[in-house]
Each structure stands twice: as structure tokens, then as C-alpha cells.
Design a protein around this ligand. Structure first.
Ligand code: NDP
Ligand code: MG
Length: 389
């Protein structure tokens, strides 16, 4: 049997992690797991470890050490708890690392994986938003192949030719518009967490689902695209496309527009990163264009969805501290909204005020990034109550 490709999954118990494992279950002959890491779900992680028999299991939550220890009984996996354990998992020598932790919590493990110089598939967009330049520089320095896993960026990666950069006039990311696309402002303002996480096309974790409902997700993705593709920020566009069939488009100066299409199923971009540079069966439903009632496009409404405007302003500002502030304030606000401590429109209100604060440093290192992140989180947590009404 040919040597199998080794894979580490950071965020193994989440939506992306589980879709990746579903693919690996189907392609057992091609892949084996090196390490699995998660946040606090010890039971779910142990169940996956018993099935996939990784070499190493890491859980960020230190208080779950005994649960992890007991749950792994009968396996040969080494294990550890704490943030350092997640970074240790990322540092093990796997051929491919899937970075699928939510939020800036995924940054240090993403960087640890990149420093190993193999292949890193990055779903953890918050890391790119906050430390894009540091990540791209580290990938270059260590000869790491960085593959975008976010569906729009994965689509663009497949159709964008860096050798033709001067011929490109626009990179367009599509947005489904989320569950509130057709709602008026008053109804959006009264939206509940359950309504916000009920995405019409994609099944995802809670945080990214809320970001999709506010269109902050698309704003984060514009900043993510600015890191991944060497195109001027002004050339990065968003169009609302409710069917989520086209994921990304590259416009050329001769008028040609190349679009990448697929079913809205994350197993497709994940399988692309697992198989790269070859193609794998993704088990996704084939796309039958004759069965679609149509493909429609709308402009994004930044009045009803001010989070997108805020992210666009951050990108246009060119201030490298601003994306970190945007992301940190948004992470705090989304968590508060999910806990029913903040109304939906409290999210852009809190983020907008955070962006008006002075940021004392320009981020030149991960320590600087974390200093700005922690300062913003402290301010946002302290000021949450003012936005709760
Ligand atoms: P989920 O909330 O479903 O999963 C998050 C994963 O991260 C879980 O395994 C969770 O573990 C783990 N985790 C959380 N905090 C920590 C921590 N401090 N240390 C280690 N692990 C941690 O999220 P998604 O899978 O939906 O999204 C993951 C990332 O991928 C996000 O950045 C998102 O924006 C991006 N993405 C997701 C898409 C999707 O379709 N879901 C599409 C494109 C991008 P536990 O369960 O134990 O808490
Ligand atoms: Mg996306």
C-alpha cells in the first residue's frame, strides 16, 4: 500500500473539522490522522480519537484533563490539555494541517503549523484578518503551501493566476445574504440568536453563522482576500448571490469574467485542499444547472448590514491595527449576542465605537497583535452593558 498522507485537524469537533473527518472516513486508504485538537468538548474529541486513532490528542480546556484521560483509555494516543497542547499538536509533523479553530484563539496553532513548512489549509479566517502579513511572511520563509479553505477564497485560488496580476481588474466574493437578506431593519434589530444561526444555504458553527447574518463574515472575508491575493484592496468586491452556486469571480481587463461554481457544501473546498494538487472525490451532490431556478445577484445593503461597511472601511484605511480591533470587538459582541446579552444591532454599534479608539501600536509581531486584541476585548467587555438596551 502506498504511504498515506498524514493530516492534523485543529478544531476537529467543529463543523469544518467534522466535514474533514467525513472525507477522511471515505478515503481511509489515502490518509491517516496525526493529531486532533479541540477547545473544551472532551467527550466529542475522545469519541473521534477512538475512531481515528491519532498519535496525539489536544484539548485547550485544562479543567477537562481527567475527562480526556478517562475517555482515551484503550487508545495509544498521547494527550495533553491547555493552549500549549493545541500548539504542540500543530507542531507535529503532519503533511497537511487543517486550521479550523474559531476566532483568534486559532492564531498561535496556525502559525506553529505554518512554521513546519508543509501544507496548511486555513479556514480560521480570524487569524488571517488579524495577522495576515505575519502569516503570509511565515509561509514564505518556511516554504509552506498555504491553501485557502474558506469557500470563496478556495474558489478564487482555483481560478486566479498570480502571473496575470496586471490583467486582473476585480476579485469578487459572493455572499448568500444570510437569513435576514429580505428582512427590514426593524425586524433585523429584533432578531434572536436562533434566527441568526439558521443559515439558508450553509451549515456552520454558531459564531460564523452570526457573522453571516450580520454580513461581518463577508467583511472579514474581504480582509482575508487582501492577505491571500496580491490585489489592490479597491479591486476586492462583494456581490450578494442568494443561491450560493458561484463562490468567486475573477474579472480581467479584456472583459472576461471567470467564475468558480459548486454546490454550497464545505466538503468541496476541503477535498480540494486534501487532494491538492490533484482532485479527490468529495461525496458532494453534483451540480446540475438545469435544476436551478436561476442565479441572481444583488448589491449588498450596507445600511441594513453596517458590519460590512465597517469592515470595508477598515480595509480601505490600510491601518494594520484596525482589523484586529474589528475582529476582537466582533468576537466579544457575537458571544454576547449568542448569550442573549446584546441585541443583534449592538454588534455593529460596539464594533464601530471600538474602531474609534486610538490603537497605541502598529502590530509588527504576534505579541503586538495579541496586545491590541486583548486591549480591545477588555474595552468591549467593560462597555458591553451600554449597548445592551
Ligand atoms: P465550530 O464552532 O463549529 O468549531 C470550532 C472548533 O474550534 C471546535 O472544534 C472547537 O472545539 C474548536 N475550538 C474553539 N476554541 C478553541 C481553542 N481555544 N482551542 C482549540 N480549539 C478550539 O466552527 P466552524 O467549524 O464553523 O468554523 C471554524 C473556522 O472556520 C472559523 O474560523 C470559521 O470562520 C471558518 N470557516 C467555517 C466555515 C463553515 O462552513 N463552518 C466556512 C468557512 C470558514 P470545541 O467543540 O471543543 O469547543
Ligand atoms: Mg466563506
Amino acid at each position: 500500500m502506498p504511504e498515506r498522507t498524514t493530516v492534523t485537524i485543529l478544531g476537529a469537533t467543529g463543523s469544518i473539522g467534522r466535514s474533514t473527518l467525513e472525507l477522511l472516513r471515505t478515503h481511509k486508504d489515502k490518509f491517516r490522522i496525526t493529531a486532533l485538537a479541540a477547545g473544551s468538548g472532551a467527550g466529542a474529541l475522545c469519541e473521534l480519537a477512538r475512531e481515528f486513532q491519532p498519535r496525539f490528542v489536544a484539548l485547550a480546556d485544562k479543567s477537562k484533563y481527567h475527562e480526556l484521560h478517562n475517555g482515551l483509555e484503550g487508545t495509544t494516543a498521547a494527550f495533553d490539555c491547555g493552549d500549549h497542547a493545541v500548539t504542540d499538536a500543530a507542531s507535529l509533523d503532519a503533511d497537511i494541517t487543517i486550521c479550523a479553530i474559531t476566532g483568534i484563539a486559532g492564531l498561535s496553532s496556525t502559525l506553529a503549523a505554518i512554521r513546519r513548512g508543509k501544507t496548511v489549509a486555513i479556514a480560521n479566517k480570524e487569524s488571517l484578518v488579524c495577522a495576515g502579513k505575519l502569516i503570509m511572511d511565515a509561509a514564505k520563509e518556511h516554504g509552506t503551501t498555504l491553501l485557502p479553505l474558506d469557500s470563496e477564497h478556495n474558489a478564487l485560488f482555483q481560478i486566479y493566476d498570480p502571473a496575470k496580476i496586471d490583467d486582473v481588474t476585480a476579485l469578487t466574493l459572493t455572499a448568500s445574504g444570510g437569513p435576514f437578506r429580505t428582512w427590514d431593519a426593524a425586524r433585523i434589530a429584533a432578531a434572536t440568536p436562533a434566527q441568526a444561526v439558521a443559515h439558508p444555504n450553509w451549515s456552520m458553527g454558531a459564531k460564523i453563522s452570526v457573522d453571516s447574518a450580520t454580513l461581518m463574515n463577508k467583511g472579514l472575508e474581504l480582509i482575508e482576500a487582501a492577505c491571500l491575493f496580491p490585489q489592490a484592496a479597491a479591486m476586492l468586491k462583494v456581490v450578494v448571490h442568494p443561491q450560493s452556486v458561484i463562490h468567486g469571480m475573477v474579472s480581467y481587463r479584456d472583459g472576461n469574467v471567470v467564475a468558480a461554481m459548486s454546490q454550497p457544501d464545505m466538503k468541496i473546498p476541503i477535498s480540494y485542499t486534501l487532494g491538492w494538487p490533484n482532485r479527490l472525490e468529495s461525496m458532494a451532490k453534483p451540480l446540475d444547472l438545469t435544476k436551478l431556478s436561476g442565479l441572481t445577484f444583488e448589491e449588498a445593503d450596507t445600511t441594513r448590514f453596517p458590519c460590512l461597511r465597517l469592515a470595508q472601511e477598515v480595509l480601505a484605511s490600510g491601518n494594520p491595527a484596525a482589523p484586529i480591533v474589528l475582529n476582537a470587538a466582533n468576537e466579544i459582541a457575537v458571544a454576547a449576542f449568542l448569550d442573549s446579552h446584546l441585541p443583534l444591532m449592538g454588534i455593529p454599534a460596539l464594533v464601530e465605537e471600538a474602531l474609534q479608539l486610538e490603537t497605541p501600536i502598529r502590530p509588527a509581531s504576534i505579541t503586538d497583535v495579541m496586545t491590541i486584541d486583548e486591549g480591545t476585548r477588555a474595552w468591549a467587555t467593560h462597555n458591553l452593558k451600554r449597548f445592551a438596551a
